[in-house]
Design a protein around this ligand. Sequence first.
Ligand SMILES: Cc1ncc(COP(=O)(O)O)c(C=O)c1O
Length: 413
Amino acid sequence: MSAPQGDADRAALEHALGTLPASTEAIRAIEDARQVPTYAKLPIALVRGRGSYVWDADGKRYLDLYGGHAVALTGHCHPRVVEAIRAQAGRLLFFSNVVYNDVRAAAVEALAELAPAGLRSAFLCNSGAEANETALKLARKHTGRMRVVSMQEGFHGRTLGALGATGIRGYRDPAYPIPTAHTYVPYGDIEALGAALGDDVAAVILEPIPSMGGIQVAEPEYFQALRRLCDEHGTLLLFDEVQTGFGRTGTMWFGEHVDVRPDLITGAKGIASGFPAGVCFVREDLAAQVQPGEQGTTFGGGPLASAAIAATARCLLDEGLPANAARVGAVLAEALAPHPAVTAVRGRGLLFGFDLDRPAKPVVRALVDEGVLCGGAGGNPHQIRLLPPLTLTEDEAREWLPALDRALEAAAR
Ligand SMILES: Cc1ncc(COP(=O)(O)O)c(C=O)c1O
């Protein structure tokens, strides 16, 4: 695939902003000097994207199996999403939820079409952490209880409330003490969950497939028992589908795989194909009890975000992207499972992990040099995580396998 037609856009940007730094070196120097150094960045500067590919400032092309951090759900710069954002940008950049708006109406209508029956009421916000904060706050208010049970392997965001639910200690510890009542249990362990639950628990929150903590998938019986236990205790069940949602695992929502419907679902990442947005889907009878003023956000459901959400939803439905994720995920599994350096393949659809017989980090780094972007998993140092666009083709899923072999060799040197 040739580089996308980005020159006219770059010229327009320079007209508006002044000259942009042009080389990787120049871009890195400025960001390193001027950003608070919270991120360990790859040494590349990406400036364009189209479909499954991105290009750096020096014109090198990369196959993006990391999906811009699980965000480029419809592929980079899907023309329909770009058109919606461009058109809305020229019409009305912003007005808050204090007024109604036609594009917001289109977005919530589209989300209702995607959402599971019974959860077709959405609170629009700006990020995954905010969606989880909203869900946990609502669960506490509705149940009148304080404690939350979550998974040791779970990641739910960086704000204090979401961090409180995050089981992975590496993320949580720097913020101690966290002012929330949390109990952490191992993912997939129904006995531990049963022991942790009590009539003081407002909610159980979990990623149905932990991702940052290392991809693994519990058995359907686990989820069914989880639902039953929550019902027995009057505890709300919250699926954090920030990564698993919107078709990534091969179904629109994870619960379809295991025949379980949670009370709350949070989403973000690819919901707007890269425009910042999040959502908290709320069981409709709970939503009916929420009062004006109970929750709010200035930017949630703004016109630009709404245009991007509605366009993304249309792409997911019209292009059958969840089914493509299932199909291409199976191709990846078939290609990688027999590889001599691979000890396990994990996940569902295009939330895909494979474990190596060696540490993954040097291999992930060598893959960058090979023009392939993928991720590691904090909770499993041997795992490579793939979170590509749901538009990934079967050919694209296979084309990088020789690069993996070269990367394995380079990392071993
Ligand atoms: C499962 C999960 N939940 C929540 C979040 C937080 O989302 P955000 O970074 O948009 O706040 C993330 C981010 O990686 C995530 O993977």
